[in-house]
Design a protein around this ligand. Sequence first.
Ligand code: NAP
Ligand code: ZN
Ligand code: ZN
Length: 370
Amino acid sequence: MTLITNNQTPPDPALPPRLAALGYAARSATSPLAPFHFERRLPGPHDVQIEIQYCGICHSDLHAVRGEWQGSVYPMVPGHEIIGRVTRVGPEVTGFMAGDLVGVGCLVDSCRTCAACREHLEQYCDSGFTLTYNSPDPHTGGVTYGGYSNRIVVDQRFVLRIPEQLDPAACAPLLCAGITTYSPLRHWEVGPGQRVGIVGLGGLGHMGVKFARAFGAEVVLFTTSPGKAADAKRLGAHEVVISSDPAAMAAHASRFDFILNTVAAAHNLDPFITLLKRDGILCLLGVPELPHPSPAVGGLIFRRRQLVGSLIGGLQETQQMLDFCGKHDIVSDIELIPIQQLNAAYERLLRGDVKYRFVIDMGSLASPSR
Ligand code: NAP
Ligand code: ZN
Ligand code: ZN
């Protein structure tokens, strides 16, 4: 396995001291992820330093690593489903202290002043947010590095409290898969008396099933994998439909109030639009490399159906989601892996073979040499 590093040159004594960190990085769109030594900023007055215990593997990590989206910068340390313990806080930090169990999701900063930020919708920041990885880092002048690593330093506003009674490893996926499904279900007020479809039983999909069920809706899971049907029911679906079966799909025409589509690849949306009632909503969450074929206009106009999208969630709502999970004992169903199995996990994710989120046990990562 190749060791790659961005600090080959001796440190410049004129620069402020940094924190040594170790993670796994992709060096290019085609190379496997490999150990990577790098540096993080030392905690400033408002910062929280976190020793990372677990990090989930989101399909977005795979899209970004493989260069399926614009703007991948290498070396890239992915990971935005981070759970860890606070080891140090800056003097102005009020909400956290050493020893706290905390989480970090997809965002580590935003402008804080625009209309969206003032409404706690940092994910829609008008000036642009700072993503946890692969974003320009205003602190270092480089790029942000994510959670496939041993430690991270984050402004306290972007740190979440994790309910101590839950399994911390199984909480990691709540930081992206959890909030990304919770937020649209809440925004469009999904609840009792409504029939809700979840498309795709992966990381996002299985959390969508759990939340839609917890909110009191009747939940139908649409999958391309017949082998996932029993699990879908165990996770909370009332019914499972194989989406490649036209007769099964036709039986559900015009029955749904709301459908959450989590599929990670381009596909025909028309069969799902046909499932909606008048004024029903198909909400897209997946961000495939290639565009979906445009839906037929007829499917939308004749029942005034709506095609919408949603992006993760703001910090306040993410905390509400975590507190809801603590109260209702909701976590992700995970496969815990050592970091050395990362590349094999990516291959399985690509095949839809995950039950239902890989989480890296960061204890498997050796301590960095300083
Ligand atoms: P995942 O765990 O890989 O699940 C995706 C599921 O989609 C698969 O398990 C599979 O379920 C279904 N699927 C059907 N056909 C597929 C195909 N050809 N290729 C891949 N999947 C297929 O992925 P995830 O982590 O849940 O993420 C899903 C998508 O949401 C990704 O595109 C990701 O980038 C995006 N995402 C968006 C946001 C947002 O804010 N909007 C946030 C996070 C992630 P079945 O076997 O049941 O068919
Ligand atoms: Zn994600
Ligand atoms: Zn903003």
